[in-house]
Design a protein around this ligand. Structure first.
Ligand code: ING
Ligand code: ZN
Length: 308
């Protein structure tokens, strides 16, 4: 396209277009964007973190982790994180000042193999595309693979299951890449947001059991601040609460790992639109407004974190 990439917020994009957009970012905004390849998938696709720091002179090094597309069929999570990136780089001069002090470490598509499969073969595919052995089914659920109470409630040991936990904790390349990256500098990260769909929830640990962390009062309050910011942006309601209580217990989710192992205080799973009318097959006409919700949540979290 005219701008050196084909990305729009009018439709869902294939992996190649998304990667071209990422390449374009580092060329167009070399002063604020840095790209790092942190690993590769089973199908040899690179996993790239996009680091955005709007004020390079800021000495404040608080960081927020953001990922989308850990589940293949949740396309809106990918496009919303792309929207967020686009907002940060394009409107850098008009954004609220607290956005300047935060480093954003972003992976818009954490499960590109699964996403590709969902685009080309099975729309409702959830897992990645790894194959642990000749007689096993394809795919592990990347949100059951993390090394914190791994394999307990709400995860399956059967490779054919939708919620297959993997052969062991952190068995999957996508999980390993993120763990290695965050654990190089865990203290730097004050927030962790993983975008999913659907349901319109802001969920916080623990997922492994109906238990809440000792600092849940503050974690809940900041979740509520994000929900309020979303409401202000689009008038949509997001419900805030503990994931195991609001949805179901599920061990091995990434937000549990982020809080339990990396010790990132503000760790959330955000379930984007909708509440069930279209579910995973959200029409492309919803991309822009859902992106605005993701941006509102991130900006609210950044504000809380920068003033803490
Ligand atoms: N939902 C999440 C899942 O992995 C979740 C919900 C997150 C449950 C964290 C427990 C802990 O099942 C989707 N849509 O994938
Ligand atoms: Zn999901």
């Amino acid at each position: 396209g005219r701008q050196g990439h084909n990305l729009t917020f009018e439709r869902y994009h294939k992996v190649d277009d998304i990667y071209k957009y990422i390449d374009h970012l580092s060329q167009e905004y070399p002063d604020i964007v840095e790209i790092e390849t942190i690993g590769k998938t089973h199908e040899n696709v690179p996993l790239r973190v996009i680091r955005i720091k709007l004020d390079q002179n800021s000495t404040d090094t608080k960081a927020i982790w953001i990922d989308g597309g850990i589940h293949a069929r949740e396309w809106i999570a990918v496009s919303s994180v792309l929207y967020l990136i686009n907002e940060l780089v394009h409107n850098r001069d008009s954004l609220e000042s607290h956005m300047n002090n935060i480093e954003f470490h972003i992976i818009p598509i954490l499960n590109p193999d699964g996403y590709k499969h969902s685009h080309e073969k099975e729309r409702l595919w959830r897992k990645n595309r790894s194959k642990p052995s000749a007689n096993s089914c394809v795919g592990a659920d990347l949100n059951r693979n993390w090394d914190y109470h791994w394999g307990e409630t709400g995860a399956s040991k059967y490779s054919c299951a939708e919620i297959y936990r993997g052969v062991k904790a952190s068995s999957e390349l996508e999980t390993q890449a993120v763990v290695k990256y965050i654990m190089k500098n865990p203290n730097k990260f004050k927030g962790f947001l993983t975008f999913h769909s659907y349901g319109q929830y802001i969920l916080y640990p623990w997922g492994y059991a109906k238990r809440v962390p000792s600092d849940h009062t503050e974690v809940h309050r900041v979740g509520q601040v994000m929900a309020t910011a979303i409401k202000k942006a689009t008038s949509n309601e997001y419900t805030v609460g503990n994931s195991a209580t609001l949805l179901y217990a599920a061990a091995g989710a990434s937000d549990d790992w982020a809080k339990g192992v990396a010790k990132i205080k503000y760790s959330y799973t955000v379930e984007l639109k909708d509440t069930g009318k279209y579910g995973f097959i959200l029409p492309p006409s919803e991309i822009l407004s859902t992106g605005k919700e993701a941006y509102a949540a991130v900006s609210a979290l950044a504000n809380e974190i920068s003033s803490e």
